[in-house]
Design a protein around this ligand. Structure first.
Ligand code: AMP
Ligand code: FE
Ligand code: FE
Ligand code: ZN
Length: 294
C-alpha cells in the first residue's frame, strides 16, 4: 500500500525555468520560492521534464516541496491550448513520443521564423542559440530575447506585440496534438490534467460547454482560473463551468523569471486542491523536504 498523501499546503502550480522559456534555472526557482514563502511549486516547463531532477535536488536545501509537472502544447484549429499535467510518469512512452515530436517541430518552426525575420532584420540563428539553454524547449520567447539583444525591440512583450505577432507574417505555428489527445496522454501516464489559462482571450472565447464535456470525459481534473492573464469576465464563466462540470479550480503565477511581469507565487492553488492532485497523480511522486533537515 502506498502511503497516504501528505499535506503539502497551498502551492504555485505553474512555473517555467530555462528548460523552456523561463529565465531562471530550476534550482534558482526553488530558492526564490523559499524567499517568497511558498510551501511548494510545480515546475511546468513547456513539453519537457528535464528540469525535474535539478529542482528535486534543491528541495532539502530550500524546504520547498516540488510537484513535478509540465505544460503540454496542444492546438485546437489555429488556437494554441496549453494543458498542465502533474505527477505523470516522465518515462511514459506515448507522452515521450508526443513531446519529442512537439519539441522537434518547435525547433524547425523557430528556424523558419528566424529565416524570415533575417530578410528584414539583422538576426541569425546563432543569436537565438545564445539565448537558449542547451536542450531547452525552444519557443518565440527565445527569438524575442535575441531581438532584444540585437536592439530591435525593448523586451519580450514588445517583440510579441510587433515582429512576432502573427499578422506580421514571420511567425507560424508548430505541430501540437489536439487538447483531447493531450488530456488523454497525461491521464494515461498517471498524471492529473488541468486546462492552463483558459480565459486569456475573454469570456466569449473560453472553451465551449460541448468541448469541455469531452475533456472532462477524458479525465480533465481542473481549470486554471486564478491566472494573472485570465480576464475578469472569463473568470466568472470559468467558475460557473467548474461548478457545473465538478472541476477543481487552480491558481498559479505562470512565472517566467524576468521574461514576463508575473511574480512567483502571486496566485496559488488551495491546499485542499493540491492534496487532491497529489492523491490522484500516480505516475510520479511529489518531492517533499525530509523532516530531519527542517
Ligand atoms: P510559443 O511557445 O512559441 O508558442 O510562445 C508562447 C510563449 O510565449 C508563452 O508560453 C509565453 O511564455 C510567451 N509569451 C506570450 N506572449 C508574451 C508576452 N506578451 N510577453 C512575454 N512572453 C510572452
Ligand atoms: Fe511560456
Ligand atoms: Fe501557457
Ligand atoms: Zn506557462
Amino acid at each position: 500500500m502506498p502511503d497516504a498523501p501528505r499535506f503539502i499546503g497551498a502551492a504555485d502550480l505553474h512555473v517555467h525555468s530555462v528548460v523552456s522559456d523561463g529565465t531562471e534555472t530550476p534550482a534558482a526557482l526553488m530558492a526564490e520560492a523559499a524567499e517568497v514563502g511558498l510551501a511548494a511549486i510545480a515546475l511546468t516547463d513547456h513539453d519537457a521534464t528535464t528540469g525535474w531532477a535539478e529542482a528535486a535536488g534543491a528541495v532539502d536545501r530550500t524546504g520547498v516541496a516540488l510537484i513535478p509537472g509540465m505544460e503540454l502544447s496542444t492546438r485546437e484549429g489555429y488556437v494554441s491550448v496549453h494543458v498542465l499535467g502533474y505527477l505523470f510518469d516522465p518515462l511514459d512512452e506515448d507522452l515521450l513520443a508526443e513531446t519529442a515530436r512537439i519539441r522537434e517541430s518547435r525547433l524547425t518552426r523557430a528556424e523558419t521564423i528566424v529565416r524570415r525575420i533575417s530578410r528584414d532584420y539583422d538576426l541569425d540563428w546563432d543569436d537565438v542559440l545564445a539565448q537558449t539553454a542547451e536542450g531547452a524547449t525552444i519557443g518565440r520567447p527565445h527569438i524575442a530575447d535575441a531581438l532584444v539583444a540585437r536592439g530591435h525591440v525593448a523586451d519580450r512583450s514588445a517583440a510579441f506585440a510587433g515582429i512576432l505577432h502573427p499578422r506580421m507574417g514571420y511567425a507560424q505555428p508548430h505541430y501540437a496534438p489536439d487538447p483531447l489527445t493531450g488530456v488523454r496522454l497525461i491521464r494515461a501516464a498517471g498524471g492529473v490534467p488541468v486546462l492552463a489559462h483558459p480565459g486569456t482571450r475573454g469570456a466569449e472565447r473560453v472553451i465551449s460547454d460541448a468541448r469541455l464535456a469531452q475533456l472532462v470525459d477524458a479525465g480533465l481534473f481542473g481549470l486554471e482560473v486564478e491566472h494573472p492573464e485570465n480576464r475578469p469576465d472569463a473568470k466568472r464563466r470559468l467558475r460557473d463551468l467548474a461548478a457545473r462540470f465538478d472541476l477543481a479550480i487552480t491558481g498559479a503565477s505562470d512565472y517566467h523569471g524576468t521574461g514576463k511581469v508575473n511574480r512567483l507565487g502571486e496566485q496559488q492553488t488551495a491546499a485542499e486542491v493540491v492534496d487532491r492532485i497529489v492523491a490522484e497523480g500516480t505516475g510520479s511522486a511529489p518531492v517533499l523536504p525530509s523532516p530531519s533537515v527542517e
